[in-house]
Design a protein around this ligand. Structure first.
Ligand code: NAD
Length: 311
């Protein structure tokens, strides 16, 4: 009987599917010591971001055949150590696309209309109509850096707001270009020509600090930067400098170089909107993330059984 250990809360629909694969134990909030003691008897470990699946945990998992991350980042899993032991690692990035794209649109509207500041002011009994003169998204240019799953979803939604699209990606997407009429350009041209720049690249050695002092210097002084990808894609110190000097109009960030950004100078700036890495935090995305990894586990075990020699 396949034994499955779930150590972070995942949506019950995924758990229900996993029960079709084997015996499931949900044990959230375990200490590392407890996990090291338990893991030895399980074939599959399912986590989200809280459980640290270190080399020690992987070595202690003598029977482990699969580690599943309901969600995207694999930063909490020592993938190399798992691969060395032939343990398959799966995740479910495809589940989060709409949630992150919708948050990005929300941040763009929040920047254009200063919604968070207007709320703050009105709740303090003020009525500052003149202060909150905003701008429309219609006919503005959105520059999308990275047209993968999320970047494209943002682009399709921005079209509904009648925006013009510029895009930059090492692998341009023909269908997206044809359907939206977006123009693929180099990064410099995108930065110079956009009213909003939104980042959706994966974090790699090439994209780390892809937006730094030089790139921020190319943006229009009236332009806004939105980052819902990974904090390290932006050189945060350079961004703080650009925001302080009003080199750009503002920014909205869901992700940070260090999370939570407790001692960051960003917290003191007026021209930035900050959210606590909530891109994937919707009921729908979490449900889908758990169901998708459960399906991947199911398929994988199905294939393993199928590939056994027949009598
Ligand atoms: P994806 O892999 O579908 O797309 C990434 C795109 O980046 C690809 O089209 C790829 O060609 C492009 N790219 C890679 N390197 C590049 C480079 N050097 N220059 C230009 N383009 C490059 O990924 P996705 O699912 O769309 O996710 C995008 C980002 O969103 C990731 O960084 C992911 O970690 C992040 N994310 C954040 C949250 C959140 O909670 N805020 C949730 C999910 C995903």
């Amino acid at each position: 009987m396949t034994r499955i250990l779930i150590t972070d809360p995942i949506h019950e629909d995924g758990i229900r599917l996993l029960k079709e694969v084997g015996r499931v134990n949900v044990k959230t909030g375990m200490t590392n010591k407890q996990l090291l003691r338990e893991i030895g008897s399980y074939d599959v470990l399912v986590v989200r971001s809280a459980t640290k699946v270190s080399k020690e945990v992987i070595e202690a998992g003598k029977k482990l055949r699969m580690i599943a991350r309901a969600g995207v980042g694999l930063d909490n899993i020592d993938v190399e150590a798992a691969e060395r032991r032939n343990i398959k690692v799966v995740n479910s990035p495809e589940a989060l696309t709409i949630a992150v794209a919708e948050l990005t649109l929300g941040l763009m509207l929040s920047l254009a209309r200063q919604i968070p500041s207007a709320d703050f002011s009105t709740k303090r009994g003020r009525w500052e109509k003149a202060k909150f003169m905003g701008m429309e998204l219609r006919d503005k240019t959105l520059g999308i850096v990275g047209t993968g799953r999320i970047g494209r979803a943002v682009g399709y939604k921005a079209k509904a707001f009648l925006m013009n699209l510029l895009a930059y990606d090492v692998a341009p997407n023909k269908e997206f270009k044809e359907k939206t009429g977006c123009k693929y350009v180099d990064l410099q041209t995108l930065l110079r020509g956009s009213d909003f720049v939104t980042l959706h690249v994966a974090l790699t050695s090439q994209t780390r600090h892809m937006i730094s002092k030089r790139e921020l210097g190319l943006m229009k002084p009236t332009a806004f930067l939105i980052n819902t990808s990974r904090g390290e894609v932006v050189d945060e110190a350079a961004l703080v400098e650009a925001l302080r000097g009003k080199r750009i109009a503002g920014a909205a960030l869901d992700v940070y170089e260090k999370e939570p950004p407790l001692s960051s100078p960003l917290l003191k700036l007026d021209n930035v909107i900050l959210t606590p890495h909530i891109g994937a935090s919707t009921i729908e995305a979490q449900r889908e993330a758990s169901v998708i990894v459960a399906r991947k586990i199911k398929e994988s075990f199905g294939l393993m059984i199928y590939s056994l020699p027949r009598e």
